[in-house]
Design a protein around this ligand. Structure first.
Ligand code: 11C
Length: 338
């Protein structure tokens, strides 16, 4: 039998990604969707669908429920793409009432008993879910990290394990879809760049420390660029041990995680794809690598002893958001942790 899934915050960009991934998923049946009052009562097929692929037929006939904790149906998983302020009220209440909530929102990410999971990087943190019983919840909450954090931490994982990291600097060039609909609508950013995204630099630093359970020295600058989908990040790493660049490239290309070992449905064959073409990665050409679930690393260079530079690109609403959350849920189920 398929697991019953419900999406809350279903009409936004990440909500649409959830619907897209779940409607055709081999393990889940999307039984319903909810959104704010504005869309409640509409047919899901009548919303402003903005993804590049057609809206899945199965989802089109769903009627959008008004988001209300009292009327969430009995399901196995609630996928949440609510704005953080709303999520802060709704998600803990659902967890208290016995629902498993898999959340995209940034609230609670740093709380010690909340799994903040990139399935290839820190899969065992899913076990933290058990700690949430101490809150008196019969359900639980798992979170996916910020999109820039996830895209950065995938290549950092094998580098940290093999060579150690003394410090790292990252500059992001983030797509407008990261800012939701208003971002996509406002291509007013064309011929421009915004050198600051509120709250984003702290998220990269703090979430990366939590994910690696290490007080890493990290400096981040986050910028918004006129790209629709796909965050690009320029990374400089001072490693503990020296490396040769071919060894780093091989390490990254060969990296596999538990989702690959277990053959999970949303797992890409390789979470990190390496390119030696100096013009890549580019958002338009590379964001759909591994169905949007692989990150692409290029421009890898050795700048000096123990000094590594590279560029990494990932799809911000697939690997950076809904795809990562769905993969984490598959892993949770496969490991029997829920
Ligand atoms: C952006 N990364 O591109 C942000 C949006 O922590 O989930 C997602 C914010 C988050 O603006």
């Amino acid at each position: 039998d398929k697991l019953r899934a419900y999406v809350i915050g279903a009409t936004g960009l990440v909500g649409q990604r959830y619907v897209q991934l779940l409607a055709e998923h081999p393990w889940f049946e999307l039984v319903g969707v909810a959104a704010s009052e504005r869309s409640a009562g509409k047919r899901y097929g009548d919303i402003n669908w903005v993804l590049e692929t057609p809206l899945p037929e199965k989802a089109a006939e769903l009627k959008i429920d008004k988001l209300d904790v009292d009327s969430v149906p009995k399901v196995d998983v609630v996928f949440s793409a609510l704005p953080s302020e709303v999520a802060a009220k709704v998600e803990p209440e659902l967890a208290r009432r016995g629902y498993l909530v898999v959340s995209n929102s940034s609230n609670m990410r740093l709380e010690p008993d909340i799994p903040l999971v990139i399935p290839e990087v820190n899969p065992r943190d899913l076990e933290l879910l058990r700690e949430q019983r101490k809150r008196g919840w019969s359900g639980g909450i798992i979170k996916k990290p910020n999109c820039s954090t996830t895209i950065l931490d995938l290549p950092l994982k094998p580098i940290l394990d093999e060579f150690g990291i003394v410090r790292l600097h990252v500059v992001t060039m983030q797509a407008v879809s990261g800012a939701g609909f208003s971002g996509v609508a406002s291509m007013a950013i064309l011929d421009n760049l915004i050198p600051y995204i509120r709250g984003e630099e702290e998220k990269i630093v703090n979430e990366t420390k939590k994910i690696f359970r290490r007080d890493l020295e990290i400096y981040a600058t986050t910028t918004r660029v006129p790209v629709v989908d796909g965050h690009t990040e320029v990374v400089y790493v001072d490693t503990e041990r020296d490396f040769d660049i071919e060894g780093v490239l091989e390490l990254l290309a060969k990296f596999r995680g538990l989702p690959q070992e277990l053959g999970l449905p949303t797992a890409p064959e390789a979470p990190i794809i390496v390119t030696k073409n100096p013009d890549r990665p580019q958002p338009r050409l590379d964001r759909m690598a591994g169905n949007g679930m692989s990150v692409v690393v290029g421009r890898a260079r050795k700048l000096g002893a123990r000094k590594l530079a590279f560029v990494v690109l990932g799809h911000n609403t697939i690997r950076g958001a809904a795809g990562n959350a769905v993969l984490a849920t598959e892993l949770l189920i496969k490991l029997g942790l829920y």
